[in-house]
Design a protein around this ligand. Structure first.
Ligand code: HEM
Length: 485
């Protein structure tokens, strides 16, 4: 039967005769099980939700491109960075961290900044945040940390006591807490914030020479933040404020753009730098390692369908291309596992084959079958390796570089444990009014904490970073007369 354009069909493609009235025994019912169209509609509707991301559930995405502006091919053999003027399509998803899929955009939270580069050598995902550092520096602490950011198991309420209890017992969090509690904790829009890869990565050139790099996306719109009262109002009046702003900006051809820079550290410096450069709670001084421009990213196309493109997008810090490799950063190492595992659970075994996640190059991975296999499933090609039938082969030229290790296998922290110098420097960089707003934000966030013991422990961290800061928070919380550690 010929299906006319615009004709409503069943999931099997047959024309639907009546989409207003279910089939009943007489006009008063009951409803007949033979109304398969009704059964299918109800059954499919029941399955419309997939699990939301366990973190970064609320997000907005857009398509665009990345263009190389500076030739850094002597540092990385990554094909998409090899020529000035070369353009690579990208898909970017911005997100809040702790809230659920329907939560408000204008809350105090880091923002996810995930970029998928569809390169000719496979997808490269840079899954970063709008902050250069993170709260913890070992993946083993991530589930506990996120538990404190999510809802209390009994009350189902956000719980300030858990948040500050964990932070006060994890002093490595102080740097990120300082950024979060500063004006930058609530960006004005998703367009007005920088993005960071946060971790250290390795760039490798065609001769096998490597350097450590950190990525910085700097917004061309300028950094702008939201005043706390306005943010609170917007969270009630328009919880999707940031999502709407991004969509409208692109729809109105006011395309947001970021310049991409890297900091580059010679491999050998990592052994002698004044702290462990793989520790994601620290920034590398830009005096030691200045920003070097790489290219420009522009977002110029809205998704046509939110679920298909934004919700089903799967970004993984483990998606590398030749010329870009992991560093031994203990957080990054945990993330190399966590994301693809989350994708298999959240989207499915064959999530790579969905249009938004599919590389622009042919995939020859000898993986077959699994639920929802929507591509050719390898067709008639050879399905194992090695083989005698001319199947796809490994290319030793693309082996990752070796990395020398020493010491005993043990559960140990990084060697350097100064959690105070960098947050203190950040505090001292702020103007008087910025410091006041920082202290107010901290005091308001800590007021609901149940135990003074927790407040005092956290105040001591601020104090160690800068005595003025610790005293101001203590005063704000009415704990000034208590002796600080
Ligand atoms: C999302 C785990 C640290 C940035 C996620 C997801 C998981 C996860 C399971 C959901 C993935 C999905 O369902 O698609 C972890 C673990 C971490 C960690 C185990 C530490 C060991 C970080 C850090 C950053 C970060 C340090 C930034 C530098 C993001 C972003 C998303 C995300 C941007 C959302 C990606 C998207 O838009 O789909 N994380 N994360 N995470 N994470 Fe992490």
């Amino acid at each position: 039967m010929e299906i006319k354009q615009g004709q409503l069909t069943t999931s099997w493609g047959a024309p639907v005769g009546d989409n207003q009235n279910s089939m009943t025994a007489g006009s008063r019912g009951p409803t007949l099980i033979q109304d398969v169209h009704l059964l299918e509609k109800l059954a499919h509707f029941n399955r419309e939700r997939v699990p939301e991301r366990v973190v970064h559930a609320k997000g907005a995405g857009a398509h665009g491109y990345f263009e190389v502006t500076h030739d850094l091919s002597s540092y990385t053999k990554a094909g998409f960075l090899s020529k000035i003027g070369q353009r690579t399509p990208v898909f970017v998803r911005f997100s809040t961290v702790a809230g659920e899929l329907g939560s408000a955009d204008t809350v105090r939270d880091p923002r996810g900044f995930a970029v998928k580069f569809y390169t000719e050598e496979g997808n490269y995902d840079l899954v970063g945040n709008n902050t250069p550092v993170f709260f913890i520096r070992d993946a083993i602490k991530f589930p506990d940390f996120i538990h404190t950011q999510k809802r209390h198991p009994q009350t189902h309420l956000k719980n300030a006591t858990a948040v500050w209890d964990f932070w006060s017992l994890s002093p490595e969090s102080l740097h990120q807490v300082s950024i979060l509690m500063s004006d930058r904790g609530i960006p004005a829009t998703l367009r007005h914030m920088h993005g960071y890869g946060s971790h250290t990565f390795k760039w490798v050139n065609a001769d096998g020479h490597a350097v450590w790099v950190k990525y910085h996306f700097r917004t061309e719109q300028g950094v702008r933040n939201l005043d706390v009262e306005l943010a609170a109002k917007l969270a009630g009046n328009n919880p999707d404020y940031h999502t709407e702003d991004l969509f409208q900006a692109i729809a109105n051809e006011n395309f947001p753009a970021w310049k991409l820079y890297v900091q580059m550290m010679p491999l050998e410096d990592a052994n002698t730098y004044r702290f462990d450069p793989f520790d994601v709670t620290k920034v590398w001084s830009q005096k030691d390692y200045p920003l070097i421009e790489v290219g420009r990213m522009v977002l110029d196309r809205n998704p046509a369908n939110y679920f298909a493109e934004v919700e089903q997008a799967t970004f993984s810090p483990g998606a590398f291309v030749p010329g870009i490799e992991a560093s031994p950063d203990k957080m990054l190492q945990g993330r190399l596992f966590a994301y693809a595992d989350a994708h298999r659970y959240r989207v499915g075994t064959n999530h790579h084959t969905l249009p938004i996640n599919k590389p622009v190059v042919e995939v020859n991975n000898n993986m077959r079958d699994g639920q929802m296999r929507t591509d050719r499933n390898g067709g008639t090609s050879v399905y194992y390796e090695p083989n005698s039938y001319g199947g796809a082969t490994e290319s030793t030229a693309h082996k990752t570089t070796s990395f020398e290790v020493s010491g005993s296998a043990d559960s140990v922290p990084y060697d350097h444990n100064d959690h105070y110098t960098q947050p203190g420097d950040l505090y001292r960089l702020l103007g008087l009014e910025e410091r006041q707003r920082l202290v107010n934000n901290i005091v308001n966030a800590m007021k609901p904490v149940e135990k003074d013991e927790i407040k005092l422990r956290q105040i001591a961290h601020f104090y160690k970073a800068d005595p003025e800061w610790g005293q101001a928070v203590a005063e704000g919380l009415g704990l000034r007369d208590v002796e600080l550690a």
